[in-house]
Design a protein around this ligand. Sequence first.
Ligand code: ADP
Ligand code: MG
Length: 233
Amino acid sequence: METILSIKNLSKNYGLVQAVKNVSLEIQKGNVYGILGPNGSGKSTTLGIVLNVVNKTSGEYSWFGGTMQTHDALKKVGAIIERPNFYPYMTAQENLELVCKIKNINYSKVTEKLTLVGLIDRKDSKFRTFSLGMKQRLAIASALLNDPEILILDEPTNGLDPQGIHQIRDIIKHIASQGTTILLASHLLDEVEKVCSHVLILRKGEILYSGSVDSVSANQGFFELQAEDNTAL
Ligand code: ADP
Ligand code: MG
């Protein structure tokens, strides 16, 4: 087993708010890992910490068995943690070529990744004409340009219509089937069930469950009840 990401007793306080409390997690190569929890349960904070954009309060994490510096490790991580943001008056192709130029990636990857996300027919359309679902798919293509070891997605289907949701989930499953490790944050139990093999369930920053998705499905009623309980947030 090759460990992609290891998190040990991670905590984050924003002032008096304990956003993440003692969270531990091990992601192995090929896992499709979900972080499931209602709004405010600490999903984005956890992702922000391991992506080095949020400072942890305590605890530890290491990428790829701790064999390289975080800066170098993160070059092998593809992440979409914000709304898709590209140059509106440039085409899909031009936007991705710019990313290639900045990251020193061969331009041939643009066609490959646009095809993967079903946008090759729209490669010459300007970003501003894209629907939210298409923008999100372009963001996925962009994050995959350098063939990362792991793809991290934070609520990638938020705000999409059912067709857009379906497309994104299919793409994630396809990427996973090609061997890319996935870490997906979502507040939707059905999304995690459909896409993921493993899940960490967070509630108020704490681990409620961690393990295979199958056992969650067997106890679905319990977890839905817990996930809806936002009262103390
Ligand atoms: P999720 O992604 O599960 O919705 P977050 O990680 O965004 O949860 O938030 C966890 C908790 O931390 C929430 O109570 C949220 O209000 C708080 N929080 C998140 N970011 C900040 C911030 N930059 N400053 C202060 N509090 C924050
Ligand atoms: Mg979030």
